[in-house]
Design a protein around this ligand. Sequence first.
Ligand code: GLU
Length: 473
Amino acid sequence: MSVPTTSGRPVVTRIAPSPTGSMHIGTARTALFNWLYARHTGGKFLLRIEDTDRERSTEGAVQVIFEGLKWLGLEADEPAVFQFARADRHREVVEALLARGEAYRDYMTSEELEAERERARAEGRVVRSPWRDAAAADAPDRPFAVRLKSPLSGETLIADQVKGEVRFQNSQLDDLILLRSDGNPTYNLAVVVDDYDMGVTHVIRGDDHLNNAARQTLIYQAMDWATPVWAHLPLIHGPDGAKLSKRHGAQAVGEFADMGYLPEAMRNYLAKLGWGHGDDEIFSDEQAISWFDIKDVVGAPARLDWAKLNHLNNHYIRQTDAPRLTQLVAGIHKSRDWKLRDGDLPLLERTIPLVRDGAKTLLELADSTVFVLKARPLELPEKAQAMLTEETRGRLSRLRDRIAANEAWEVPGLEAEIRAFAESEGVGIGKFGPALRAVLSGGSPAPDLAGALVSLGKHESLARLDDVLSPAP
Ligand code: GLU
């Protein structure tokens, strides 16, 4: 059931990114909170591409946003709205504001504006245009901007769901430009018109837009439109508490994907950045949806914590079924130019459950499966060669014959076999284990001995041993 807003309408939230060529995790978190709130209330989650900066808004940059949201599993409920394409509608609202007497044409030249700025600064007030109260008949024949006729006194109250009540003195707000003298609508105007037309009931976004909320409220009021509920989210900071920057590592959604984080781990992690449900660290989308309320978002900046993210990612890697992990890992191998052969996928699928427990990322998981993909005969690193003394070779050869008789080829049976073998030889596993592992893996990371044997399968395991113990002439 959808929960109506104070104005009685069902909840509509939106994410409104400006294409920049990458999708910041702050944007991802904002998208997630909007998505969670829409799902929690049975409402809708929409996407608007704020593409009025024509140079930056290339097709590729727009694609990055679609792909980022898709990867995160936060796709919008309706096709995206493109802001630039709506410029005529924005101009129409400017006309309406002029007709209502809520806006005026400002004919100040740039020199006049500069001089007024100087005066305003010296007098400690905001810029005021002499055209605010001029008679229409006085209008000169030259380009003009359109400004909002903002109230000169009183205050604008933003009852923010996260920040609490934030008050702005109207005398501190100049008459906002709605339309530039080149005919282009301004950002704040476009946002209000688009949010209104899209039926947005809750504006949940970064707190760098809190000041805009005051400006935008004045436009809503001038049009007699109900204002949305505001919720301004604190920024995400680096682990050291400083504003997130390059030196803290990855910042873009695509980078997290490339580093091998799972989208569900990312969702769980981002949900915890500024919101939480008691001490719960790990929760499903369903739980987050049922628990999430915008009022519970904390006002203080959230700090990125790599250890927590890694912990969550490891959890989700362990939860994910082998076929999906296999596809993901195969993708990583391919991107690293491994030529996967027929039969490599089942091999990976058999190996992954044996190696995934320690993997913090999919890259680590991929690393720990490289050993099964290697083609025979394996190149052994020098360290491994040095381990293969006569004595060790003899021992591995006896072990080989012993396990060759093992039919089931399963981890517990092989473990027992190896233990029994060590006992029968009167040595610890440490005497031959490292050499066996090196022969099986060629020095790459690999699971425990029995795990490595099971991953490779009986035929390949014995063949790798034979390559070393009785090499073909
Ligand atoms: N386009 C703005 C941004 O990317 C968001 C504006 C809004 O959410 O109102 O920061």
